[in-house]
Design a protein around this ligand. Structure first.
Ligand SMILES: [Ca+2]
Length: 487
């Protein structure tokens, strides 16, 4: 089947019988970098379910987030607008009142006759970020650590006192959000299982119209809690620590160094107190736990009547540093933060099991799903459909752009990463010869032409940052936002 026939079939299906339009199962994880078997970021990581999905679908091996932080990444993905267009750059900015005319991906599917359901962390997880009117049904995230959670940000969350044994990593006065370990509960009692349960129950239903189901897992986001059997997959003596040369930041401009220093003290304490390896192990355990939960959901899909006519999309919202560039967090424009797993298994997709090396962005998902499901084309989105790449492993793509805070961008091609900060500081890496981005080539005049070419893909302007949470009176019951006087 040619691409044209493929698209024509999809479009004809949409026109003749709505029921033949594919269903969509969106599965997301949080802060999972490329330490996934099929991406090879950490040899020895155990992710059999994600790897199987990659073999049955298309792995985008060079996929990047629109922004290396939860809210700006997810807002970009679900609105189809990058931070420089929307003005949503950080976790404090409510997207809904800032973008009143924007139709999100789930809302667009709902408007076009789909039954739209979501569970867990889909958009950002604090209150105000998941308006119920986007969905036909939505199950809010259940947290593993409600004792850490601020009541006003998580009003649906039942507060309980910190359990004995906390913090579970045994480090005195260590910030709770950076904790890790095994919780005193069974595997089935972890919070993400409630989102998986919702998805499994949903897939067992008989629906009379196509569905869009988004199931969002918190794992492997910090705190890194998982059942013991996932820690057992990674014997302490075998855990490999990431490389981080002492002089790695010496050729990095000031803003990059400043971002890398965020939460440096937690990393330094782990190293000083002999807990670093244990923390890396906890991240691996959480990845494998997430993989097992995804396996449960995919098995439910395989057993369901929707097995053949459902497009499965799996991705993480951003990556994660585990000490590389002296950083234990995200929110940088380097490969560790921007590179994410992305797999699409589409009905009728071609060349399954063959990884695509072209650069793509999570912002491409909205136009991709519209294209794949034969919905009316949407012309106001920043991304580009990936359907041609699903069909043709040799299709050409433009570079992927990642933005963090106003005026800072990274452009990624198959070979290069070019970063330019708002003060003009820049980095250029040859990602094929220097995958860990150790040697900044930006000051070499031989690359002036290349830098100019790459810079042309960066947004020309940056939308002014939208108001933050505290600028509003937000009513969680009615889900209304009122800008405070003078804001
Ligand atoms: Ca995240």
């Amino acid at each position: 089947m040619t691409r044209r026939q493929f698209l024509a079939t999809a479009a004809a299906g949409a026109a003749s019988a709505k029921e033949s339009r594919p269903n969509v199962l969106f599965i997301s994880v949080d802060d999972m970098n490329d330490w996934v078997g099929c991406l090879g970021g950490y040899p020895g990581v155990q992710t059999p379910n994600i790897d199987r999905l990659a073999r049955r679908g298309v792995l985008f091996a060079n996929a990047h987030c629109a922004s290396p932080l939860c809210n700006p990444s997810r807002t970009a993905l679900y609105t189809g607008l990058g931070p420089a267009t929307s003005g949503i750059y950080n976790n404090e900015q409510f997207w809904r009142p800032a973008l009143p005319d924007v139709v999100t991906m789930p809302a667009y599917f709902k408007r076009n006759g789909y039954h739209v359901a979501g569970a867990g962390k889909v958009l950002h997880h604090t209150s105000g970020f998941n308006p119920p009117d986007q969905w036909n049904e939505f199950k809010l995230q259940v947290f593993d650590d409600p004792w850490y959670r601020r009541a006003e940000w998580y009003p649906w969350n039942q507060k309980i006192p910190a359990p004995p044994g906390h913090p579970f990593n045994g480090m005195k006065d260590f910030p709770g959000e950076f904790d890790w370990g095994v919780l005193p509960r069974t595997e089935g009692e972890y919070g993400d299982m409630r989102a998986i349960d919702f998805g499994v129950e949903f897939l067992n239903r008989r629906l009379d119209k196509p569905f869009f189901l988004a199931v969002g897992l918190w794992h492997p986001h910090i705190p890194l809690f998982a059942p013991q059997n996932y820690f057992d997959l990674y014997p302490d003596s075998k855990v490999k620590l990431p490389e981080s040369p002492e002089d790695d930041l010496d050729d990095v401009p000031a803003i990059g160094r400043q971002w890398a220093a965020a939460r440096r003290e937690e990393l330094n304490r782990m190293v000083r107190e002999g807990k670093y390896r244990d923390a890396v192990r906890a991240y691996l355990a959480c990845i494998s736990f997430a993989d097992a939960m995804i396996g449960r959901l995919l098995a439910a899909l395989d057993r369901s009547p929707y097995a053949k006519n459902t497009a499965v999309v799996f991705f993480s919202d951003n990556g994660w540093h585990l000490g590389e560039k002296k950083h234990w967090h995200k929110s940088t424009l380097w490969q560790r933060s921007t590179h994410v797993p992305l797999i699409i298994r589409a009905p009728g997709g071609r060349a399954a099991g063959r990884a695509r090396k072209q650069p793509v962005s999570l912002i491409d998902l909205y136009p991709t799903m519209v294209d794949l499901c034969g919905l009316p084309k949407k012309t106001d989105l920043d991304g580009e459909s990936l359907v041609s790449l699903l069909h043709d492993p040799g299709a050409k793509r433009k570079p992927a752009v990642t933005t963090y805070l106003p005026g800072n961008h990274a452009v990624r091609t198959e070979r290069w990463r070019y970063i330019r900060y708002r003060d003009g500081g820049e980095e250029l890496y040859d990602c094929l010869g220097d995958p860990n981005e150790y040697r900044n080539l930006a000051s070499d005049p031989r690359h002036d032409g290349l830098k100019k070419e790459l810079a042309a893909w960066m947004p020309k302007t940056s939308a002014p940052p939208k108001p933050v949470r505290n600028d509003y009176d937000f009513d969680f019951e009615r889900y209304t936002y009122k800008l405070k006087a003078g804001r």
